[in-house]
Design a protein around this ligand. Structure first.
Ligand SMILES: C[S@@+](CC[C@H](N)C(=O)[O-])C[C@H]1O[C@@H](n2cnc3c(N)ncnc32)[C@H](O)[C@@H]1O
Length: 286
């Protein structure tokens, strides 16, 4: 057990640059990341939470009050992931910081060796009784989740009931039921989707080509008063849905006597000259 007076690593140094790099990269991970379970606005990157928790849980080996037993166990554990460690306390400090920085990488967060080393270090510092990490403002649960990963006990709470539900699923249900929970969720999700499709089918009739619409845009319309025209014109500011260079999508207005795309300048003259008798707003992505 480390004495209370012994400085923690976070008080003397922290691998900020490496952890920031991993935290920034984590934002773009979309599959299998806990943040995709449910949106939470103030969610902290897991990389930063994991690294900061370790730096707060582990003692600084350069502090004279740091137990020799911790240093010995750390020197036994760390070579599994950071290579040989030279004998000075400063070298052990650098090895611990390197481990913390490397382990902030999401790709290593479930690596068996890294998990064993991190839990072994926490045990070497705190003994057999796992330390308790309390986060009373836990939000999306990044801190308690990482505390569990490091072998700690975790307590999480939040004022917001949505956050509480996220915390319950993330910290209790998923660890308790594992992949079986995902299978059950897929099964129930498929049932709900099938039931919703059946109930909503009449509101989404298929197009003549059999394609099933997924959404409608609502617009007021005016009827063209030009003699012999009577076309119904949708009052929308733009027909563009997406203007990304590699993914241009726009709605096409289908006119009864031919198709005209009013968003395409080359079609504008057709629109003027065609004197359509009727216009339908038939949203078709092209
Ligand atoms: C900055 S967020 C925490 C983010 C969290 N660390 C994460 O990674 O998702 C602060 C949280 O405190 C909660 N909160 C604010 N006032 C509170 C209170 N009086 N009691 C409990 N929770 C509170 C909010 O609902 C919010 O989820």
């Amino acid at each position: 057990m480390i004495p209370k007076e012994c400085k923690r690593l976070a008080e003397v140094d922290f691998p900020i640059a490496t952890v920031s790099k991993h935290a920034a990269r984590e934002k773009s991970i979309r599959h299998g990341h806990p943040s995709t379970l449910h949106l939470w606005w103030a969610r902290r990157p897991l990389a930063a939470c994991r690294a900061m928790l370790l730096a707060l849980l582990l003692p600084d080996p350069c502090d004279e009050r740091c137990p020799a037993e911790f240093k010995k166990q750390a020197c036994d554990l760390l070579p599994r992931v950071v290579g040989t460690i030279k004998p000075k306390d400063e070298d052990l400090r650098q090895a611990l910081l390197k481990f913390i920085g490397d382990f902030a990488n999401w790709d290593l967060s479930s690596d068996r060796t890294y998990l064993e080393v991190s839990r072994g270090l926490v045990k070497a510092a705190h003994g057999e009784e796992a330390p308790l990490v309390v986060d009373p403002f836990a939000g999306g649960g990044s801190i308690p989740l990482e505390a569990l990963r490091l072998g700690c006990e975790a307590f999480a709470s939040d004022l917001n009931p949505v956050a509480c539900l996220i915390l319950k699923v993330l910290l209790e249900d998923i660890p308790r039921h594992g992949p079986a929970l995902a299978d059950e969720l897929r099964r129930v999700g498929a049932e709900i989707k099938a039931a919703a499709e059946k109930e909503l089918a009449e509101l989404y009739p298929p197009d003549p080509d059999g394609a099933r619409p997924i959404a409608y845009l609502w617009a007021r319309t005016v009827r063209c008063e030009s003699s012999g025209c009577g076309a119904e014109i949708p009052l929308v500011r733009s027909f563009w849905l997406c203007k990304k260079a590699n993914r241009k999508r726009a709605l096409r207005v289908v006119v009864s006597d031919g198709s005209v795309d009013p968003t395409d300048p080359s079609d504008r003259s057709d629109l003027k000259s065609s004197s359509p008798r009727a216009t339908t707003t038939c949203p078709r992505a092209r």
